[in-house]
Design a protein around this ligand. Structure first.
Ligand code: HEM
Length: 421
């Protein structure tokens, strides 16, 4: 096994991650030693079984970033701080019984979303976005569509009014892009969430925020263990979790839409379905979760004591990165290449274990993404890529996998909502 740590950046994480993870697995085994920005050491878990072990044991491999043995070496302006999270009181970094209760509160609140209501909101906003470009005969399905849609639907489900949507879209994308407006974006989203929580505390309605508050008041959720003092979340905690749901929900769902449309527009296997019906939108979306998943790597888990993993000695406080895409490609479980994708959802793309993506959240993402793709196919039936497939590029991130743009052309069409823009 090659002991030399590998820098977790560079163009190959963007241009050919699957090949890079195969190489890392060949040279370093199921657990590779990597370097984050500033030569900060971490482990990247590449093996399917090893990842199952890590995400299946939340005591040994904790989500509590306070355990990290590198904090003394982390400057305040370290670029990965938003990804790692220090002292953030959200569901992401809460562990044990308190985490189980918070996860139950979030799950129950999302479970209250009606499937028809969800589909209707997704279709309405998708049609609105297509109305804005359909007369032009050309569009960028990333900038004009995928990055504008999921947050609109989530905002409505949470309880925001339609007119607040565009401001939240801009602020959230600024926050996620991590450039000069990131802090201003985060402050705008946080202030909007806090105001909504206060409004709903005074005037409950049929939405996600009101359901979260209701569970706090009752101290119970149908999944909580009902112990004395269970539930009882502060408005600050609910606001923090709403921020996580908005950020953790928007970008990967937007990338799921973009990556699936790219596959359908560039891969012959889907060409027929593009013009011949919808039989394989679900197949394309599932293949993307196995082969080109939006959340590539997650930071992560911290070892609560010395242990062994994949032939490596992991020390107390070491950071383990969850290599979701690499594990999806592990030859130990993928013995016949793509044989596993059709309908099989044993991939790691939504995580696993106590901190996995809540099931209702996965369903919400699936309905938003599927509706988004179907509306494009219905409204722009002769859509085609406007550039060579090989010229498409990905955003420079080892964490998320999404397109920088997806230029398409189609026969100009009338807007549904009256005169085109
Ligand atoms: C394609 C879309 C999505 C993908 C690929 C995705 C992926 C993930 C993954 C991999 C995790 C686990 C991280 C870990 O183990 O540390 C996670 C956690 C989470 N996701 Fe998602 N997610 C998606 C959509 C959503 C949506 C739409 C929502 C909310 C409406 C959401 C809310 C959450 C929350 C709250 C957590 C934290 C759970 C916890 O710590 O208990 N996600 N997601």
């Amino acid at each position: 096994m090659n002991p030399d740590p590998v820098p977790l950046n560079g163009a190959r994480f963007r241009s050919e991650p699957a090949e890079l993870y195969r190489e890392l697995r060949r040279e370093h085994g199921a657990v590779a030693s990597v370097l984050l920005d500033g030569d900060i050491p971490a482990w990247l878990v590449l093996g399917y079984r090893e990842l199952h072990q890590v995400t299946g044991d939340p005591v040994l491999f904790s989500r509590d970033s306070a355990l990290w043995n590198q904090w003394d070496h982390i400057p305040d302006d370290w670029p990965l701080l938003p990804v790692i999270g220090r002292g953030q009181p959200s569901i992401l970094y809460t562990v044990g019984e308190r985490h189980r209760e918070r996860a139950a509160m979030v799950s129950d609140a999302l479970e209250g979303v009606g499937p028809f209501e969800l589909r209707a909101h997704a279709e309405r906003f998708a049609d609105e976005l297509i109305d804005a470009v359909c007369a032009k005969g050309a569009a960028d399905l990333v900038a004009d569509y995928a990055t504008l849609l999921p947050v609109r639907v989530l905002a409505t489900l949470f309880g925001f009014a339609d007119e607040q949507g565009p401001g939240l879209v801009a602020a959230l994308n600024d926050m996620i892009n991590g450039r000069e407006d990131a802090i201003a974006g985060q402050l705008h989203v946080a202030a909007s969430m806090a105001r909504l929580v206060a409004d709903r505390a005074a005037r409950p309605a049929d939405d996600v925020v009101s359901r979260m508050l209701a569970m706090t008041l009752s101290g119970h959720s149908q999944h909580s263990h009902g112990g004395a003092g269970s539930g009882g979340f502060t408005h600050e905690e609910i606001t923090q979790d709403l921020m996580v749901m908005m950020a953790a929900g928007h970008q990967p769902t937007a990338d799921w839409i973009g990556n699936s449309l790219r596959l359908m527009l560039t891969d012959e296997r889907f060409a027929a379905s593009l013009f011949g019906g919808r039989r394989s939108v679900a197949e394309a979306m599932n293949e993307v979760l196995w082969e080109d998943t939006p959340t590539q790597n997650v930071a992560g888990r911290w070892a609560s004591r010395d242990t062994r993993l994949g032939g490596r000695t992991v020390h107390t406080g070491d950071l383990l990165l969850l290599g979701l895409q690499a594990a999806n490609h592990d030859p130990q479980v993928r013995t016949h290449g793509s044989a596993l994708t059709g309908g099989n959802s044993a991939h790691f793309s939504f995580g696993h274990g106590e901190h996995r993506c809540p099931f209702p959240a996965q369903e919400i993402a699936e309905v938003i993404a599927r509706t988004a793709i179907e509306v494009v196919l219905d409204r722009l039936p002769d859509i085609d890529l406007a550039v060579p497939a090989e010229s498409l590029t990905r955003r420079p991130s080892p964490w998320l996998r999404g397109l920088t743009e997806l230029p398409v052309r189609f026969t100009p069409a009338p807007a549904l909502g009256g005169a085109p823009a």
